[in-house]
Design a protein around this ligand. Structure first.
Ligand SMILES: Cc1ncc(COP(=O)(O)O)c(C=O)c1O
Length: 423
């Protein structure tokens, strides 16, 4: 220590302040290369990251329709929400929108939430009753975890990702431990996503249904399926995986979110009318928040009109062509040992994982060369599963894709050279 500047006495003895604790937590994340930062990337960069899968957010068809809805509203129509849905935040427009979305998805009713996060929290925190059991996929979204944490359910058990046999094993052990599960006294909720946000894989929902129906013949197995990443992208006119499989009547709840392919914001819970009524009474993330205002409702309406008229089907097809193109290009990479770089991809999914132990470096390299891709680090994904996530959009071009793959190859070559030089 410099004797001219003795440390103030209090600084050596004082207990850590709150700010010290927060700074320490951030430093721990930094050490693990897991510190999150807000970034703004140049507008000229090619988007291989956002969840705007259909590129609707920049499409003229969507903008025109959205602006028409705004312009056709009577001058006296409030653009602000006015309050919570139960007070002044409700409107004929909101109720018609819910009916429109429910009809499109072949559901009895729909209930609007301000976000997918709020929808999952509202459903899972309020619906499972004391003593009920929740079984959830190990990769379920953080919002479902928040909802389960607040839930009064008696217990929750995890099963291995997208594994019907693991679901079977976990459910069988619960049945063995508690007769109420088998005889239908306890409700069992099975919580899955239809397409997983980070791995992009499609859940084997039919196999899950088969397992649950065999093990719970009393009919007390209730499916809650989050279709956030399937909405607009998969199924008839983008209606989702469940409707593609034709099993909508077997699902207790479906959650469709609008902040991804639908270029908007908010989410709807599709369910029966009693469940909808229950949520209006008990889902705190619906009750104690200001409802979405008219501009958001109009944007949701605009995107659902595009879906239901079939106008987005060419975008769905284009996206599939681009997926196959990127897949072929990635298959042709000279990547070296799979321990260093590996592509994880579920056929037909717009989400690709480039698995490497140096995801930040690869993402940074691509970003410097004008391609927006993101490193995904724990705790967003499990330890050891860090990757660069690449998302395709209907508005990407094959030239964009070829450019990105060239950059990945260049980065791999440089790394191979550095590794050889260090041997
Ligand atoms: C699977 C899944 N569910 C729910 C959400 C939350 O949706 P929202 O962004 O509308 O809050 C997300 C978004 O990240 C998601 O990926």
């Amino acid at each position: 220590m410099d004797p001219r500047f003795p440390r103030a006495k209090s600084s050596t003895t004082r207990p850590p302040t709150l700010i010290d604790s927060l700074t320490d937590a951030l430093a721990r994340r930094e050490t693990k290369s897991a510190r999150r930062r807000l970034t703004v990337l140049p507008q000229t960069a090619v988007d291989f990251s956002s969840n705007d899968f259909l590129s609707l957010s920049t499409s003229a068809a969507y903008r025109d329709r959205y602006l028409a809805h705004l312009n056709h509203a009577p001058a006296s129509y409030p653009f602000a929400s006015g309050g919570s849905r139960l007070l002044d935040g409700n409107s004929v427009y909101a109720e018609e929108l819910e009916k429109f979305v429910a009809a499109f998805h072949g559901a009895p009713t729909a209930l609007l939430f301000n976000s997918g996060f709020d929808a999952n929290v509202g459903v899972l925190s309020s619906i499972p009753q004391p003593g009920d059991l929740i079984l959830y996929d190990e990769l379920i979204h953080a919002s479902a975890h928040e909802g389960m944490r607040l839930s009064r359910a008696g217990s929750r058990k995890m099963f291995a990702h997208s594994s019907p046999s693991s679901l079977r094993d976990v459910l069988a052990s619960q049945i063995a431990a508690d007769m109420g599960v088998k005889d239908g006294t306890r409700n069992v909720f099975i919580v899955v996503e239809s397409i997983y946000s980070m791995d992009g894989d499609v859940a084997p929902i039919k196999a899950f249904v088969k397992a649950v129906d065999e093990l719970l013949p009393c009919g007390n197995g209730y499916f809650i399926v989050d279709e956030a990443h399937a909405t607009g992208v998969v199924g008839p006119r983008g209606a989702g995986v469940v409707q593609e499989l034709g099993i909508q009547d077997r699902m207790f709840i479906r959650v469709h979110t609008f902040g991804k392919a639908l270029a908007s914001h908010g989410a709807m819970v599709l369910c029966g009318s009693e469940t909808r009524d229950y949520l209006i009474n008990y889902a705190r993330s619906l009750i104690y928040t200001t409802a979405l205002g008219f501009p958001f409702l109009a944007s949701i309406r605009a995107s659902y009109e595009l879906l239901s008229s079939g106008d987005t089907e060419p975008l769905q097809r284009r996206l599939q062509q681009l997926i196959q193109h990127l897949r072929r290009q990635l298959d042709g990479l000279q990547a070296g040992p799979s321990t260093f770089f590996e592509v994880d991809h579920f056929p037909t999914s717009p989400i690709f994982s480039l698995r490497t132990s140096l995801p930040r470096q690869l993402a940074g390299f691509c970003q410097q060369h004008g391609f927006v891709v993101r490193a995904i680090m724990p705790p967003t994904i499990p330890d050891g599963k860090e990757r660069v996530r690449v998302c395709l959009h209907a508005g990407n071009t094959t030239e964009d894709i070829d450019g990105l793959v060239r950059m990945i190859q260049l980065w791999l070559n440089r790394h191979r050279a550095t590794r050889v030089a260090n041997l």
